[in-house]
Write a protein that binds this ligand. Sequence first.
Ligand code: BES
Ligand code: MN
Ligand code: ZN
Length: 500
Amino acid sequence: MKITFANPEMPKKGVVVVGVLDGRKLGGSAKALNEVMSGGLVRAMKASRFKGSNGQSLALLAPGGTRLDRILLVGLGKPASLDASALQHLGGELYGALSTKGHATVQVLIDPIENCKMQPDEMAAEIAFGARLRSYRFDKYRTREKVEAKPSLKNLKIICKGSARARSAFSPKNKVADGVFLTRDLVSEPANVLYPETLAKQAQSLTKLGVKVEVLGEAQMHKLGMGALLGVGQGSVRESKMVIMQWNGKKGKGKSESPVAFVGKGVTFDTGGISIKPSGGMEDMKWDMGGSGVVIGLMRALAGRKANANVVGVVGLVENMPSGSAQRPGDIVTSMSGQTIEVLNTDAEGRLVLADALWYTKGRFKPKFMVDLATLTGAIIISLGNEKAGLFSNDDKLSEQLREAGEAVGESVWRMPMGDSYDKMIDCDAADMKNISGGRGAGSITAAQFLKRFVDKTPWAHLDIAGVTWSNKTTSIVPKGGTAFGVRLLDRLVADNYEK
Ligand code: BES
Ligand code: MN
Ligand code: ZN
């Protein structure tokens, strides 16, 4: 979909979207339309339950007195409630309401609103962002879909005062949307197409944007002593990889400042290995690389909008398969840190991958902080459902920054407890630690405690995104499927705290 901005003009033809405030209060454009319709717009509202409340809409087809095809009235609610996220949702909802109606072009009229904190150009940029986010679709394998079922909307034209300012405000948001789309693509691809090598290739495509990308293969990881990660991948015919991405965008005297780091779990398919999973629903494990997908999409967003920050992204890529060469329950592996791990359950593989990825990142880059993302535990879905990601951290300030960024973009995180009594649960007689507690409780917390043993003193946070990486229902700016939860959140974390 192409999104354009234009200065105020009244469209003569086609489809027009116009806002109505709470209590059926009309802005300038709606009043003008009502006039040419000889009061028909107001009568239509009165003939319906449309009050202009947020979330309401009313479609008028072939409105008399005009040559328009359709007017869509959208409820704006109260002026004071109109903030960035409300407008993004509005943009998403109007895309949802109009994309499959057969129109190729839609024109959105934005008027200044009294007592609203946002100017028309700012509103325009947020509406455009929301509409773009909602417009994502993964349809590359649908060769026989009927044209009538596909979205027809190709051009979204947003008409407001200060359209040039709107265009420049939208530009960085659009880059973030590019990152979100990349993540959604990666998460949606099946595991026969997306495996460590092809996922690494996708990351390498970021070099076009100025990201420095290195790919380690098994031989190099072996030399580095990454026995934890390599053990997970050893049952697969696909070679394990680690990808290191660097965006050095910091300008001025902070140029050589130490970076912030994001680390992702990239299990391109998780069968469970020898501790094999039940077959029902196993197809979901194609998105067990969701954490790595977020890190790659985030790097694209940051590089795309030329973020004024030094950022490292590291992803550990493996396929967890059962085979004659697979790791067995009871195997003891030595991680890059030197700590040994008894692998009691080969399905608790994400933490093994992250153990080496975190240790490597910490040692090589000495980052200001590390945030890892992983579809790590089913238990976090029991705790938080599909609404919030679990946040685990050794640092209150970082936790608070993550919480605030999450609230700001509508990707909510909830901090979970950690502590010595949980840490003890992964102590082990045969090795330095075991990869599962063996008990039934606190599965997400013991997983986090495991990761904490590989971050040393570095400020660190772990986001368990198992419940939020995939969605079975469409919401205003997130179509069902891969959500890319984390890209907008971490982009915001960087923007608000590390680009000053
Ligand atoms: N990838 C899974 C976690 C998962 C489950 C992600 C459901 C998304 C949806 C992870 O590797 C796993 O298998 N975890 C086990 C850990 C257990 C063996 C301690 C789990 O949660 O059951
Ligand atoms: Mn697993
Ligand atoms: Zn997994």
